[in-house]
Structure formats: C-alpha cells, structure tokens
Design a protein around this ligand. Structure first.
Ligand SMILES: Nc1ncnc2c1ncn2[C@@H]1O[C@H](COP(=O)(O)OP(=O)(O)OP(=O)(O)O)[C@@H](O)[C@H]1O
Ligand SMILES: O=P(O)(O)OC[C@H]1O[C@H](OP(=O)(O)OP(=O)(O)O)[C@H](O)[C@@H]1O
Ligand SMILES: O=C(O)c1cccnc1
Length: 496
C-alpha cells in the first residue's frame, strides 16, 4: 500500500515581526492611552530586579545587544496588523499602530556590567504608548540572558583558569535559549560552545568531542577512535562507553600512539561514573604512556557545586563541559526583573514622579530619573558600593560621600578619595542609536575587569556578603516626600 506524500504547511507569515511579541494587555492599555490622547506623553520606565539569582553576590547584565536590535526594528508588520484586525481592534487604532516606531531615549548599563538588586539597569524614556508596548520583550530578553550570564559567572568563579565549554543546546528551552544562552555564558567567561550556529552568529569558538553513538555505531572503541582520528586532526576520545579504565583510556592511548604526529591528541572525555576517581586514574595512565599534555575533559550534569566538590576531591579535570544545569538555570529558572514607571508628563507638560507603594519596604519603587554610580575607593581600587542619585546630582563633586542603606538608614558610612563611575550609558537618543556595540570578546574582558573591582567577599558562591546599593539623600528625600503625599491622598479619600 502506498501513502500519499505529506507536506508541511508553509510558514504562514513571511513578514512576521517582534511587534506582537508582547502581552495583550500592553496593546489594550496603549489603545486606552491613544483614545484618551495621552499616548504621546513622555514616560520614564526603569528595569531592575529585587533579588540576585542563585543567592549570588552579584549578577552579570546581559541582553543589551538584543534589546537594541529589537528597539531598532520595532514595528507592526502587515500580518501583525491583520491579526489584530481579526481580533477586533479598530481601523483607526491599527493605522496608528502601523505608524509606530521607537522614538525614545534609552540609557543602560553595558553588557557585562555587574548589577545588584534594586538598581536601575536600564532607563527608557519614550512616548507612553511606545514605552508600554516594549515592556514584555525587554524583560523577556534581559531576564533570561542576565540569568544565564550570572549562572555562568558562578561556575567560572569555581573553575577559575581551567577551560569551560558550553554543551547545553540539546537541553535548552528551545532554540533561542540555546543561542542567546550560550552568548550569555561566553560573556561571563566561558571559552567555547558546542553550538555551531552560535559560532557563526556571534563568533564564539565552537568545539567538541564525540558522542557514545559513534562508539556504538562501530561497535568497538578501537575502530571508532581510529576512524575519528583518520578524519579529524584534533582528537578527544570519549572513553566511558564500556569500561573507562580497562577499555576506554587504554584504547585512546593505543590510537594516539599509532597515529603519532598525524593527529593532535588533545585528550579524553569522561561522561559518567565517579569523575574524581576516574580522572585521577586516567591521568596516571595517560602520564605513564607519555601523554602528559593530554587533557581530561569531564561532563555529566555538572554545575558549580559538583565542580567545587570534585576539585575538593583532587579530581584531575582540565576541561569542564557544562550543559543542562547552566543553560536551563536549573536551580533558579527565572530572574524577576521588572519594568516600573518612575516619572510621567502631566497635562501641563511637566514631568511628575510616580511611585508604587507596598507594605514591604523593599518593594516600594524609587521615583524620579536617576543615575547609578559605582563608588570606587582610589586607595584600594575596590568598590565601596553603588550609589543611586537623582539625575541632577554629581556625587564626584563631594569630598565626603555619605552612603546609607535605603531601608535601614542608620547603616551608613562616609567615603572619601573615591571615583564615582557612572554605570549608565546613552544607547538611543530620540529613537536614534548612539551606542557603538562592543565586540563579544571585549564584553568578556569587561566582566573580568568589573569582577576585579569587587572584594572577594561578594564573589564567593556560598553566602556572599551583601553588596551595598545606596540612595543619595536627595533621592531618599524625594521618595519619602512622595510616600507622604500618597498617604495623605489615600487618607483623604478614606475620610470623604
Ligand atoms: N566524585 C564525585 N563526587 C561528586 N559528584 C560526582 C562525582 N562523580 C560524578 N559526580 C556527579 O554525580 C552525578 C552522577 O550522575 P548519575 O547518577 O547519572 O551517574 P552516572 O555515572 O552518570 O550514570 P549514567 O551512566 O546513568 O550516566 C552527576 O551529576 C556527576 O556529575
Ligand atoms: O550533562 P550536561 O551538563 O547536560 O552536558 C551535556 C551532556 O550531553 C551529552 O549527553 P547525552 O546523553 O545527551 O549524549 P551522549 O550520548 O553523547 O552522551 C554529553 O555527553 C553530556 O553529558
Ligand atoms: O562535544 C561534546 O563533547 C558535546 C557536545 C554536546 C553535548 N555534549 C557533549
């Protein structure tokens, strides 16, 4: 019996855009603003998170490049608009959406900047409608990429100078996550990825060994290793398919000896069993055979905790292959960065600060346009903490800077002889891109430099000290003034 050949339906939207990569409520709120003719009022939003992931002492900001591309290309395509039309939105509103482009001003930390809880990573100043529509995509990008860069940085803190390879594509939450996740890992200091497309798109070195399937396909390790060596110069043999120490490692050594200078015998990979024990025994066998330069690669559900433990056991591992637990941020699958309105133009054309009150003092937003400074002690070269000031303030002009806790204000210190390094940079000015995007390698170096400025106490992976993120007096006063005004207003409402 023959079957009619099946066909895959064509991708339905050749002009699909990221315009609709937003939550429906953004489109609905924007419609309200547009109908009420307040859509052009200038609004200022900030992106920040309230808790550093993985109980780490810092986070590594990643995602700016994709945010830039998203804002630069922001528009609703024909098929986006047709879809909205079917959904019942009016012709007039759709005409307005069709004309929308991003015309705002963005200031942001640079990728690879170290960022802490409750400080603005990015500030978007744009007509209310535009600023509202882009929230979802911006958070989607920053939350994921910053999360993975932070996880990768934790792993790097433990691995130190040994080589780390990102192996996670097969386990990532779909393809975008694999690609952008590996980029984030590279920013944080990973050396290479197994994902070839990430190599093509971003220039990340791509590399790899081979899988158990190849050994199984040839049925024996000798034939598999030999065939691989006849085809590829650089060889890392996977030695755990049958019996690591009695079969895998001796066979790898045999093939390396037979092939001699015709190959570059880089080493072996362990992917199961007791990685500490096996790596130590394998090292002895390799050294005894004269392959003292051959490296031992290890993989198998590794993360910073297992790696730390393996090192404590004296494991002889030179190259760490890390997949699932990195790319899925296994122990904390989401970063909770938020996007909050901090200031908006009123009916008289004046900017007025806004606040969101909460019974939890940590959750009360900090109103007003702000700048963030890293206060670096000129004597030690280390950071004293971050200082959030109102736009107009110049902390560098002060001889003696008072830094106090934003909630427990009695925790305070004075800093002298400091550099106030501004962390926000101009990215878009009135819709025009003004930021030169650095090469990925430069971002990686930037992370290293930033980590050098941090005391070790903030970098340990277990119970790190809490890095100070302080408000300026003016910023704090402004916040208290607004809280007072809101309390007054609410109490008047209750009385009337
Ligand atoms: N010496 C060690 N100390 C602590 N953890 C280890 C050590 N050796 C391996 N591990 C970790 O322990 C876990 C063992 O995983 P698992 O139970 O799947 O065993 P396995 O040897 O990989 O078996 P399988 O053949 O099914 O893959 C992995 O996360 C691995 O990284
Ligand atoms: O353990 P991870 O940190 O996620 O690293 C990636 C894993 O992917 C491969 O295993 P898989 O069983 O998928 O394929 P294989 O047959 O090549 O071992 C590889 O051997 C690693 O164990
Ligand atoms: O190259 C490898 O060894 C590799 C690639 C992907 C996943 N695991 C291992």
């Amino acid at each position: 019996m023959t079957h009619p050949s099946a066909s895959i339906p064509e991708a339905p939207y050749a002009d699909d855009s990221l315009g609709l990569h937003t939550d429906k409520y953004q489109i609905n709120m924007t419609e309200v603003y547009w109908r009420d003719q307040i859509h052009q009022r200038k609004a200022v939003f900030e992106v920040y998170f309230r808790k550093i992931p993985f109980q780490n002492g810092y986070a590594v900001f990643a995602g700016l490049e994709r945010v830039i591309r998203y804002l630069h290309d922001f528009r609703f395509s024909e098929s986006d608009l047709a879809f909205l039309k079917e959904d019942g939105y009016s012709e007039e509103y759709l005409e307005y959406l069709a004309s929308l482009r991003f015309t705002g001003t963005v200031r942001s930390m640079r990728e690879g900047e170290l960022v802490f809880a409750n400080e603005p990573i990015m500030r978007i100043e744009a007509p209310l409608a535009e600023a509202q529509l882009i929230e979802t995509a911006i958070l989607n990008i920053i939350n994921f990429q910053t999360l993975i860069a932070t996880k990768a940085s934790r792993i790097k803190q433990v691995v130190r100078d040994e080589v780390t390879m990102e192996f996670g594509s097969r386990r990532a939450q779909e393809m975008d996550a694999a690609i952008w996740g590996t980029r984030a890992a590279y920013i944080a200091g990973f050396d290479a990825t197994s994902n070839v497309r990430a190599g093509k798109l971003f220039g990340i070195p791509s590399a790899g060994t081979h899988a158990h399937a190849m050994v199984q396909a040839y049925r024996d390790e000798y034939t598999a290793f030999r065939k691989y060596a006849e085809c590829h110069q650089d060889c890392v043999f996977l030695v755990d398919t049958y019996d690591t120490l009695r079969s895998g490692v001796p066979t790898a050594i045999r093939v390396a000896k037979e092939m001699g200078d015709r190959i570059n015998f880089r080493g072996i990979r362990l992917d199961s069993g007791d990685l500490a024990y096996l790596s130590k025994e394998a090292r002895k066998l390799l050294d005894k055979a004269g392959f003292t330069d051959a490296k031992i690669y290890a993989s198998n559900d590794l993360d910073e905790h297992t790696i730390l433990n393996l090192k404590a056991q004296g494991a002889k591992i030179d190259v760490w292959g890390i997949g699932t637990k990195l790319i899925t941020a296994y122990d904390q699958p989401a970063l909770g960065a938020v996007y909050k309105l901090i200031s908006i133009e009123n009916e008289n054309g004046e900017m007025t600060d806004t606040i969101k009150i909460s019974s939890n003092p940590e959750k009360i937003t900090t109103p007003g346009r702000k700048r963030v400074f890293r206060i670096i002690n000129k004597l030690s070269g280390k950071s004293e903490g971050d200082y959030i000031a109102l736009e107009r303030e110049e902390p560098q002009d002060q001889d003696r800077l008072k830094m106090f806790h934003p909630v427990h204000t009695y925790i305070a210190k004075f800093v002298t002889n400091f550099e106030a390094r501004e962390l926000h940079h101009a990215i878009f000015e009135d819709g025009e891109l003004v930021y030169e995007m650095p090469a990925l390698k430069e971002i990686q170096t930037f992370v290293k430099e930033n980590l050098d400025v941090l005391w070790e106490e903030y970098k340990r992976i277990l119970n790190p000290a809490e890095y100070p993120v302080n408000l300026s007096q003016a910023c704090w006063d402004n916040k208290m003034k607004l809280i007072g005004e809101i309390q007054e207003k609410v109490s008047r409402q209750v009385q009337s």
